[in-house]
Design a protein around this ligand. Structure first.
Ligand SMILES: Nc1nc2c(ncn2[C@@H]2O[C@H](COP(=O)(O)OP(=O)(O)O)[C@@H](O)[C@H]2O)c(=O)[nH]1
Ligand SMILES: [Mg+2]
Length: 203
């Protein structure tokens, strides 16, 4: 099997409401995780595009979903950057937009093939477990990716992965990714490819 290769990626749309979501027919993969988990950095790393997603950006006045169109050696797909959860400095009014917006995304995107759930390699939090339970409840296929792998010494990574797996109570160990070094990138891309090939059990 040839491995998954990204040819190019472009920003499509930034949406704050369900009406704005693109009407595309492409298969979709969404990325979600806590604010500051390294989601924008992971997107830039996976798509070979520094600066495509804004790193270190504090959520603004509204919660928004960013859509990217990606060309690959296996055809095009859409990568979707969902707003991060659990940002302490964001006012309640804005945090309250998060659940309905994500809910509408999950309910309306018939082409959603799966979700990449990002967690910090050093700690899993209650909100991560809740996100995982939500995905399971909705029967949305997912992969868990532990970010900032470079923050844990190589010798300690197997134990960190095992901790995360137990903590999240998931059948498959999470993948490790360092957006800074690129370590783990191809494995994550290959998991995205297999999600793209998944026939979901959703109606
Ligand atoms: N050491 C390390 N830091 C990272 C990595 N990925 C992201 N960061 C840092 O974590 C912070 C948040 O990153 P960002 O991508 O904006 O996270 P987001 O809020 O989830 O989109 C920034 O200071 C990044 O430089 C990584 O792989 N390794
Ligand atoms: Mg971000």
């Amino acid at each position: 099997m040839t491995s998954f290769r990204i040819h190019s990626a472009e920003f499509l749309k930034c949406c704050g409401t369900v009406e704005q979501f693109p009407k595309s027919q492409l298969p979709e993969i969404a990325m979600v995780g806590r604010s500051n988990v390294g989601k924008s950095s992971a997107i830039n790393c996976l798509l070979n595009r520094n600066g495509l997603a804004k790193v270190g950006k504090i959520p603004g006045k509204t919660q928004t979903i960013n859509f990217y169109r990606v060309e690959t050696n296996q055809g095009p797909f859409e990568l979707v950057d969902l707003p991060g959860y659990g940002f302490a400095k964001v006012p309640d009014r804005i945090q309250k937009q998060w659940v309905p917006l994500i809910e509408q995304f999950f309910q309306t995107r018939d082409n959603l093939r799966g979700v990449v759930l990002l967690v910090d390699v050093r700690r899993v939090q209650e909100q991560d477990r809740r996100m995982l339970q939500w995905l399971e409840h909705l029967h949305i296929p997912y992969v868990v990716v532990a970010t900032k792998a470079d923050k844990v010494a190589r010798g300690k990574q197997p134990a960190a992965i095992q901790d995360l797996q137990e903590n999240l109570d998931i059948p498959i160990p999470p993948l490790l990714l360092s957006a800074h070094s690129g370590d783990g990138k191809q494995l994550v891309l290959d998991e995205i490819l297999s999600l793209l090939g998944t026939r979901t059990s959703r109606r």
